[in-house]
Design a protein around this ligand. Structure first.
Ligand SMILES: Nc1nc2c(ncn2[C@@H]2O[C@H](COP(=O)(O)OP(=O)(O)OP(=O)(O)O)[C@@H](O)[C@H]2O)c(=O)[nH]1
Ligand SMILES: [Mg+2]
Length: 459
């Protein structure tokens, strides 16, 4: 999209709308000239705050602003950059952007500033992706992983991994040059051991993606139960929003509805589902199939029961039914949520016979004990998501590490089959290429387009 484009670009970097302050960013060769024109000021020191008047193209005094000028290459993009802090009125923002465009600046595409930083060697692709992760992080774990990646912690590790592969490949290729003399620069056993260690490390990273992705997208908590027990009311109570339709008619929710919610530093994805019942209604049945899918996806299941209608033996039957539907049901964490406690005078018999289950008593409608439930959810995950900072959180990296593992496994097999050095070196070279795809040394334009188009404008 913007690959060959070298215009000077501009964008509002702060969130859209009205605010106390708004920041407009400029990057490219025309930055300094543009600043002079809009401020009617001749001198700008580098990386100093300047209090300036800003004029529109028609000469109208638009605002008093603070301007910072960064000279290439010491800037975010590596180009000349300016940051203009204006009052956050929509009129000022709009008029200043129009003025900049009249001066032949172009509106930046999403992620274009970071794209330029990547092209100009200010960061590798992994770090550029981490910028986006950092911007979108909603909890400390996702934030820590993204920050480590942005600051190059993971890139450094990758480059050590890559150096080791390059060293091995070079030794193998050197042996080819000396093939007449039958020398061995690295013993086959040593080679095998190093490759096994590298495969183990790749596998550890591949495995880390499962929890890394959960932390990034939110830990899935699926709300299930019979129709009309108050599942949607509970979702709304947790989100403090009228996200899901609630009614006294059983079968109100037809399709799964979900939203993120962060509590005590954990981001959860709460999923409300269609009530489980036997029905001939075709649409409702599709919804119920989806409820099962969402249960399979769940890390935690909230099983909602209308306490005023609780029936012990019916409940045991329902759990048996779920076990037949959900393969690894016993491995999931489940909390039984007895809802509508406002309707009863005393706890029905048999409830305390359910000793093996975590239980909470709430009134979703009156928003009673919602925090007790949330605390139980947080307690149930214990330290499952205390992740290493080099956890994979990006599917692109996950796929690349699978490729790395595959080519290293092939190398191992080829060594065992006593294949010639050049074949083994080829396997190793393939894994080196896969690392290059992560850091962006080998990358196609469409991959770059895809990565940067998910960014915010102005970043
Ligand atoms: N008294 C009382 N009524 C509740 C409570 N929670 C929900 N309700 C009522 O129960 C009825 C059903 O609530 P919903 O949240 O739509 O139930 P649901 O489980 O989502 O139902 P389906 O979508 O049909 O599966 C509504 O009339 C709610 O107002 C509660 O804590 N106390
Ligand atoms: Mg519902």
């Amino acid at each position: 999209m913007y690959l060959t484009n070298t215009n000077t670009i501009c964008a509002i970097a702060t969130p859209p709308g009205i605010g106390a302050i708004s920041m407009i960013r400029i990057s490219g060769n025309e930055t300094l000239e543009t600043l002079k024109k809009i401020t009617k000021r001749e001198e700008f020191s580098i990386r100093k705050a300047h209090y300036c008047e800003i004029f529109s193209n028609s000469g109208e005094l638009l605002d008093d602003a603070v301007v910072i000028y960064y000279k290439s290459p010491h800037s975010y993009t590596g180009e000349d950059v300016a940051e203009i802090f204006i009052h956050g009125s929509s009129y000022i923002q709009k008029t200043l952007l129009e003025t900049l465009m009249d001066l032949d600046l172009r509106l930046a595409e999403p992620g274009e500033f970071t794209y330029r930083a990547f092209i100009n060697g200010k960061m590798d692709l992994l770090q550029a992706e981490a910028v986006n992760d950092l911007v979108f992080s909603t909890n400390s774990k996702h934030h820590n992983i993204a920050l480590n990646q942005l600051r190059g912690g993971f890139s450094k590790k990758l480059s050590q991994y890559r150096d080791e592969l390059i060293r091995l490949t070079a030794l193998l290729e050197l042996e080819i040059d000396f093939s007449e003399e039958d020398v061995e620069f690295v013993s086959r056993d040593e080679l095998k051991n190093i490759i096994i260690n590298l495969i183990d490390e790749a596998q550890r990273l591949i495995d880390s993606y499962r929890n890394g992705n959960v932390v990034k997208r939110g830990i899935p908590v699926t709300i299930i139960g019979k129709p009309n027990v108050g599942k949607s009311t509970l979702l709304n109570a947790i989100l403090n929003d009228d996200k899901a339709i609630v009614s006294e008619i059983p079968g109100t929710t037809r399709d799964a509805i979900e939203d993120q919610f962060t509590y005590l530093g954990h981001t959860f994805r709460f999923i409300d589902t269609a009530g489980l019942q036997k029905t001939v209604d075709k649409i409702e049945n599709i919804g119920i199939e989806r409820s099962y899918d969402k249960m399979r996806e769940a890390y935690i299941i909230l099983y909602i029961i209308d306490i005023s209608k609780f029936d012990y033996f019916q409940f045991l039957g329902e759990i048996d039914e779920l076990k037949t539907q959900i393969q690894n049901f016993d491995n999931k964490k489940m909390i039984i949520v007895f809802n509508k406690i406002d309707l009863i005078e005393r706890i029905p018999p048999h409830i305390f016979d359910l000793k093996d289950y975590e239980k909470v008593f709430i009134s979703a409608k009156r928003k009673e004990n919602i925090e007790v439930l949330l605390d139980k959810i947080v307690n149930s995950i214990k330290d499952d998501f205390d992740l290493e900072t080099d956890t994979l959180i990006n599917i692109r990296h996950y796929k690349a590490f699978n490729d790395i593992k595959d080519s290293l496994s092939l190398a191992l097999k080829d060594i065992e089959k006593n294949m010639p050095n050049d074949i083994i070196a080829l396997d190793l070279r393939q894994s080196i290429d896969s690392i290059g795809r992560i850091t962006g040394e080998i990358v196609t334009d469409d991959i770059l387009d895809h990565i940067f188009s998910n960014f915010c404008i102005g970043k």
